[in-house]
Structure formats: structure tokens, C-alpha cells
Design a protein around this ligand. Structure first.
Ligand code: UDX
Ligand code: UDX
Ligand code: ADP
Length: 476
């Protein structure tokens, strides 16, 4: 096992693999970085000369790709070649929650990871360092190692756990100025050499004292715990937002006041329509599944409550819209500003908007959506997926599905989206929403004109003066 590498290959060119490898390539011009993926459209988009067509939107990503692509950053569909070339191989494939069989709805689906491990073993012609970058349950590294060793007895494999802590929308900045980089490895000599090799990569731009090395399982568990604790903060403040609405307190004032306590801190205390994203719910459910597996039901129930509260928050938002609109939204135009799970990303996985839309569609509302970065195709895909998953519609082209989706319109500009609406719901905190001409929007809406601000980003006082009936989260 080498303790210095000249070539890195990443399997999986998604939200994690793409930006991470771009930043490594930028900071390590002496290392050749190959990113491989089985999805040819994705790879073509990464290779597009028009940088606006990159498959994911992240502030600053374009610039990094422009600098490194073709120099020491390469995107390809040739997975085998990538595996042969890379002295160090990152596994960055998706690990969604299982939708079938044992652990359905809870455990992580590791089939893509396992396929990668088998392929690495089949193709490898030398010793390899294998880095798990995808979020994985504790002890996955051990399984990967067993698969590798069973399939290939000739070469050494060292497995590292190197969880990603980047948040979407700020991925490039998070990677470039990481708070910490966590590397878990085995305690034997090969393990230690592998850790050194990865430390040597990150040390090109991250100060050494921020590179933390641990044993493998601590590293794997830290990832789940970090996301569980962050999500718990959001669920905690969201729980208080419900109480604020009943009592006349203001949740933003409460968050500000408690955040000044240095033991609590100000971050991740923004009440919202509910957290989304590919990680929070998945990682918590993973943790819950693990705790049940190790016969710790009290611990499992404790963490599961964070997800339940989040479901409650999304439901509360939808219900508040129906209640406020005189108990019926049937046939009423409700405009969603934002569909992404947070601003500055085109990612919509687990976005609260999808769940709120479904509840309102069940109540026969007409949903109009405007999001600056999310495509119409993605929005319909999200709804179709949720509807089939919830069992409301059996198949994608079914009549029930068509009937529901007929009541969804996606707009590419904001003002027509809000024309003649009964209500506006802010689902994502995009900055541009604050700059709109709200007087003009008000004039073109049905009265009373409602705004449900699921992100508390608009100016409540100004909107009330215009005549809007404004409702924020946790504003009693
Ligand atoms: C607490 C609040 O901190 C304080 O702001 C409030 O005004 C009163 O209640 P106190 O109960 O005096 O203060 O002590 P604190 O330091 O908060 O500890 C409470 C308990 O939690 C102790 O038993 C302590 O041992 C325990 N604790 C604290 C832990 O087990 N782990 C920790 O990380 C912190
Ligand atoms: C998260 C972790 O932050 C990151 O470290 C990990 O590697 C991956 O998961 P991400 O899901 O990209 O990152 O975004 P994050 O900023 O954590 O937001 C998650 C969700 O919580 C979003 O829907 C966001 O709107 C919501 N949120 C966040 C709140 O509602 N309130 C807050 O105060 C913070
Ligand atoms: P994440 O947010 O974890 O990066 P994404 O879904 O955005 O998740 O990206 C994962 C990528 O991994 C996808 O582009 C998918 O095509 C790719 N992938 C999954 N399995 C394999 C595999 N066996 N070989 C190569 N690429 C794979």
C-alpha cells in the first residue's frame, strides 16, 4: 500500500463525487483525478464545453471545473479503466434508503456500493486504497474489505472511511475551507500507510490540525451522528415554532436569544417548513435501524422522533394553508416559490415542497411552481415518485397519476406563476424572492391574498402594509 498517490479515481459523478474531485484536482495539480460513472448523460454533461450545462448547480463549481478539467481532472464512463488507473479509489455512489425487503424504508441500500467493491476486485491489477465517501452504516468498510479479499486474494486492499461534510449550495467553499476532514482507517501497517496517503492529498490545502484520523468505525458513526445532531437542532426549533404560533412568541427571536449562548451557538436554528436533502432523513433512519439491530430500542425511538417531528412540520404547513383558505383549496391556484430542498442548489431530494404539494393536491388544489434552478421534468419526476411510493397511484402512466399531475403547472418566470393566485407559499429561501415587486404581485392576485412563508425570508411588515395576509413559521 503506497503512502503517496499520483492517481485517484472516483466512482460516482454525483453531488458528492463531482465537486469533491473537482476541488482535489484544483488543489493537487500533480495528481491525476479520474471521475467515472455508469450514467453516460451525466458524464457527457460533466464534459460539456458549455459550463452552464454541468449536471449539478453549485456556486463556484464552474470555475473550478474550468481550471482543472482536461489538465488533471477527467470524466469518463469507462469504470474498469478508471479502477485500473487509480492507486486510490473513492466510492461515491448513491446509498438511498431501501425501498424493498428487510429494512425497507429504514436501512441503507448498499447494492451500488457492493457492486463497486466487486468490480474493483475483478479489475484491480495492483494494491489499492479504497475510500468510502458515500454515507454508509457503521461497519460497511468491513463488508467492503471482505468482498474485496474474497474476490481477489492476490492484492492488498486498505479501506478508509472519509465521510463528506459538505453541504449543498456551499459545497465548493465547504471543501476548500473545511472545518475538518475526517479519515478513519485500520490500525495495522497497511491501514496507517493508507491514512498517510489520504492525509497527504488533503494537506495540499487543508491545515494539518484539521485532518482528524480515527479508527474506521468511529469515522463511519461520526457521519451519521453529525447529520442526526444537525437535523435534531432543526427539529427542535421547528417544534418550538409550533408552540410560538399558539402562544404569541416569535421563533426567530427565540432562536436568536438561545443562539447567543456559546454552548448552543447560532447555526442550524432556522425554523422552516421542514428539512430535506439526501442526507438528514436517510442518515437518521440508518441510525435508527442500527440501534434496533443492536437491540437499543430506547435509543432508536429517541432519534426516530427527529424524523417524525419533521413530517409533522411539513404536514402542519400544508394544513395551515388549507385552514386559512377557509377550509378548502379545491380549484384554487396556489403558487410555490421554490422547489429545491434549500437555496443555491438544483437538488430536490426529500424536499419539503414535494410533500406539501402532495397534501394540497389531495385536497384538489391547482399547484403552480416557480424555482430558479429546478427543471419541470424534475418536479414531475419527484411527484410521480412520491405518489407511487405512497401507493396513491400504482404506475407512472396511470389515470390517477395523470389526473393529479394535470393540476400541476411549472413556470420558468415568477410573475406569471403568481398571476391570479389565491395564495403563495415560499418553500425555498432563494434570495431573488426578496427582490420581487410585491405590490404588483398583490394587485394581480385574488383577495384576500395569502402568503405562507415557509422560510421566514420575506418582510412581514411590508407585506402586511400592502394588504397581504402574511403567515410565517412560528410567528404567534
Ligand atoms: C443549567 C444551565 O446550564 C444553566 O444555563 C441554567 O441557568 C440552569 O441549568 P446547571 O444545572 O447548574 O445549569 O449545570 P449544567 O452545567 O448545565 O449541567 C447540568 C447537568 O448536565 C449536570 O449534571 C452535568 O454534569 C450534566 N452535563 C452537562 C453532562 O452530563 N454533559 C455535558 O456535556 C454537560
Ligand atoms: C447536510 C450536512 O449539513 C452536511 O454536512 C452533510 O455532509 C450532508 O447533509 P445538506 O443536506 O446539503 O448537508 O444541507 P443542509 O444545509 O444541512 O440543510 C439540510 C436541510 O435542513 C435543508 O432542507 C435546510 O433548508 C434545512 N435547514 C437547515 C433548516 O430548515 N434550518 C436550518 O437552520 C438549517
Ligand atoms: P450523491 O449525492 O451521493 O453524490 P448521486 O445520486 O448524485 O448521489 O450520485 C451517485 C452517482 O453514482 C450517480 O451518478 C450514479 O450513476 C453513480 N453510480 C451508481 N452506481 C455506480 C456504479 N456501479 N459504477 C459507476 N457509477 C455508479
Amino acid at each position: 500500500i503506497p503512502n503517496q498517490v499520483k492517481t485517484i479515481t472516483c466512482i460516482g459523478a454525483g453531488y458528492v463525487g463531482g465537486p469533491t474531485m473537482a476541488v482535489i484536482a484544483k488543489n493537487c495539480p500533480h495528481i491525476r483525478v479520474n471521475v467515472v460513472d455508469i450514467n453516460p448523460e451525466r458524464i457527457a454533461a460533466w464534459n460539456d464545453t458549455d459550463l452552464e450545462k454541468l449536471p449539478i448547480y453549485e456556486p463556484g463549481l464552474k470555475e473550478v471545473v474550468a481550471e482543472a478539467r482536461g489538465r488533471n481532472l477527467f470524466f469518463s464512463t469507462d469504470v474498469d479503466q478508471g479502477i485500473r488507473d487509480g492507486q486510490m479509489i473513492f466510492i461515491s455512489v448513491n446509498t438511498p434508503t431501501k425501498t424493498y425487503g428487510t429494512g425497507k424504508g429504514m436501512a441503507a441500500d448498499l447494492k451500488y456500493v457492493e457492486l463497486c467493491a466487486r468490480q474493483i476486485a475483478k479489475v484491480a491489477q495492483e494494491d489499492k486504497i479504497v475510500v468510502e465517501k458515500s454515507t454508509l452504516p457503521v461497519r460497511t468498510a468491513e463488508s467492503i474489505k471482505r468482498i474485496l479479499q474474497a474476490e481477489d486474494t492476490e492484492h492488498n486492499f486498505a479501506i478508509l472511511s472519509n465521510p463528506e461534510f459538505l453541504a449543498e449550495g456551499t459545497a465548493i467553499d465547504d471543501l476548500q475551507h473545511a472545518d475538518r476532514m475526517l479519515i478513519g482507517g485500520e490500525e495495522d501497517e497497511n491501514g496507517q500507510r493508507a491514512i498517510e496517503a489520504l492525509v497527504n492529498v488533503y494537506a495540499n490545502w487543508i491545515p494539518r490540525e484539521r485532518l482528524i484520523t480515527t479508527r474506521v468505525w468511529s469515522s463511519e458513526l461520526s457521519k451519521l451522528t453529525a447529520n442526526a445532531v444537525l437535523a435534531q437542532r432543526v427539529s427542535s426549533i421547528n417544534a418550538i415554532s409550533a408552540l410560538c404560533e399558539r402562544t404569541g412568541a416569535d421563533v426567530d427571536e427565540v432562536a436568536h436569544a438561545i443562539g447567543m449562548d456559546s454552548r448552543i451557538g447560532p447555526k442550524f436554528l432556522k425554523a422552516s417548513v421542514g428539512f430535506g436533502g439526501s442526507c438528514f432523513q436517510k442518515d437518521i433512519l440508518n441510525l435508527v435501524y442500527l440501534c434496533r439491530h443492536f437491540n437499543l430500542p430506547e435509543v432508536a425511538d429517541y432519534w426516530e422522533q427527529v424524523v417524525k417531528l419533521n413530517d409533522y412540520q411539513k404536514h402542519r404547513f400544508a394544513k395551515n394553508i388549507v385552514d386559512s383558505l377557509f377550509n378548502t383549496v379545491s380549484g384554487k391556484k396556489i403558487t410555490f416559490l421554490g422547489w429545491a430542498f434549500k437555496k443555491d442548489t438544483n437538488d430536490t431530494r426529500e424536499s419539503a415542497a414535494i410533500y406539501v404539494a402532495k397534501e394540497l393536491l389531495d385536497d384538489h388544489a391547482e399547484i403552480h411552481v416557480y424555482d430558479p434552478k429546478v427543471t419541470k421534468e424534475q418536479i414531475f419526476k419527484d411527484l410521480e415518485y412520491l405518489l407511487t411510493q405512497k401507493g396513491d397511484c400504482h404506475s407512472e402512466g396511470s389515470e390517477a397519476m395523470r389526473n393529479l399531475l394535470q393540476r400541476v403547472t411549472v413556470h420558468t418566470s415568477p410573475y406569471p406563476a403568481m398571476d391570479e393566485a389565491h395564495a403563495i407559499a415560499v418553500l425555498t429561501e432563494w434570495d431573488e424572492f426578496k427582490t420581487y415587486d410585491w405590490k404588483e404581485i398583490y394587485n394581480n392576485m385574488h383577495k384576500p391574498a395569502f402568503i405562507f412563508d415557509g422560510r421566514n425570508i420575506l418582510n412581514a411588515k411590508e407585506l402586511a402594509e400592502i394588504g397581504f395576509s402574511y403567515k410565517g413559521i412560528g410567528k404567534g
